[in-house]
Design a protein around this ligand. Structure first.
Ligand code: ADP
Ligand code: MG
Length: 412
């Protein structure tokens, strides 16, 4: 556990900086692409930079996942629907030699989980099952309800008493020796040849399940096969409707935004992105500066875009001080990874939106617009005394998922 913790801290720290740097790269590349003066070949090159930055962001996300520092976007989720969603992709990746059988529990409990993460988990486990059955075999994906009693929990080191929805993935493949089984969740542990395995698959699965407050049990026998059981804590009520995939429209506006980020490169690119969208931007290099600048411009500022992690005074605490001056102030937090700071959780509870770093121009434009257009916005009487924006606001409200924080389970 100590080893996991320190690897996690290291990975989380690196990924935090990487997300800021990637955010700046993405921001400038997108601005380059949108520049009317850029020719076709320059635009192509900016596109290539953007593509590569997205690949790097994906890798960073994976590292954050095993470090359990991902920003989760949990919803009330029907795991059967998640299984359905990945099936067509899975069939393509698994090939004909492996038969896939799905056994869904009809009355499955609703899990509080991030759909994208569940998809990742299903893919990682299924691809491992495929690799374990080079001569073919059977892959079974099953869902089930399960209660863990305190007595039961005492028998398994990882188990936590409670009500669960289970996701079980089993195969009839080569199985694992005891030595392999002991190490499978270690990051970069792989028995596969160079270029085939990264050793990140199960480390990621482990991090994701843990971050959801759940746990995993594995059963494996050499020559027979392997079964993974993933326990996700369940919740009351019915599943949320599937999320609409956000449309690719840029949303513009002319309001005044206070933007705080201690990472200079990212602050500059974000400032330029917001300006490009028509907003008037007041940049701040720290939480303290943000609070001071707010005092001077309290009437003009319609929205705060605050980095969560800043030295001295972080985003959530800066927000707390600003909200004391004007309780109805709108806020979007930007973050590369999770924060468990109390004011952050409180702000989320009061409807603050969270934008995950690194973000795209579209994502930034949409979340800023939804924060500004949310019901209960500041009254029109306090219109900004700021320069009129070059671009007229075209308020297209878009449903942007609110990122909420799932606090880590007490039993780590
Ligand atoms: P990778 O697949 O890149 O090797 P993973 O973290 O996904 O990394 O898996 C780590 C190791 O665990 C694998 O290299 C393999 O030895 C073992 N393993 C994982 N899943 C299975 C399985 N279903 N059957 C047999 N061995 C497995
Ligand atoms: Mg794998």
């Amino acid at each position: 556990m100590q080893k996991f913790e320190s690897i996690g801290r290291l990975a989380g720290g690196i990924a935090h900086d990487f997300n800021n740097i990637l955010g700046a790269i993405l921001g400038w590349a997108e601005l380059g692409m949108d520049d009317p003066q850029a020719g076709k070949s320059a635009k192509d090159r900016f596109q290539k930079i953007t593509d590569q930055a997205h690949r790097a962001a994906k890798l960073t996300a994976q590292i954050l996942a095993f470090a359990r520092r991902q920003v989760l976007q949990p919803r009330k989720l029907d795991l059967n629907a998640s299984v359905d969603d990945v099936m067509s992709l899975l069939r393509k990746l698994i090939g004909d030699r492996v038969q896939i059988r799905v056994v869904p529990e009809p009355q499955l409990r609703v899990a509080l989980a991030d759909p994208a993460q569940i998809e990742q988990v299903l893919m990682n486990l299924s691809l491992n099952a495929r690799d374990a059955m080079p001569e073919g075999g059977q892959l079974v994906i099953e869902t089930r309800n399960m209660d863990i009693t305190p007595e039961h929990a005492r028998l398994h080191a990882e188990a936590i008493p409670g009500r669960y929805a289970l996701l079980c993935v089993s195969d009839t493949g080569v199985g694992m020796s005891k030595d392999t089984l002991d190490r499978i969740f270690e990051p970069f542990f792989t028995t596969k040849e160079m270029g085939r395995g990264t050793g990140l698959g199960l480390a990621t699965v482990y991090g994701i399940v843990k971050q959801h407050g759940g746990f995993i049990s594995v059963y494996s026998e050499p020559g027979k096969g392997t079964a993974f059981r993933l326990y996700f804590p369940c919740c009351e009520g019915s599943a949320d409707a599937p999320e609409l995939s956000p449309s690719g429209v840029l949303c513009r506006g002319g309001e005044t935004i206070l933007l705080a980020d201690d990472h200079e490169g990212l602050r500059q690119s974000a400032q330029e992105m917001l300006r490009e969208l028509g907003y008037h931007v007041i940049p701040a290099a720290s939480g303290r500066e943000a609070v001071d600048l707010f005092r001077f411009n309290a009437d003009a500022i319609k929205l705060l875009v605050l980095d969560v992690m800043m030295p001295e005074l972080d985003g959530p605490h800066a927000y707390e001080q600003i909200a004391a001056l004007r309780p109805d102030v709108r806020v979007v937090f930007t973050t590369g990874y999770t924060s468990e700071a109390v004011p952050f959780i409180a702000a989320i509870g009061r409807g603050a939106l969270v934008l995950q770093k690194p973000y795209t121009l579209i994502a930034l434009s949409q979340i800023v617009r939804s924060a500004l257009d949310a019901p209960g916005a500041t009254s029109p009487s306090s219109e900004p005394a700021t320069p009129v924006a070059a671009t007229p606001p075209s308020a297209i409200p878009v449903a942007v998922p609110v990122t909420i924080q799932v606090s880590a389970n007490a039993k780590k």
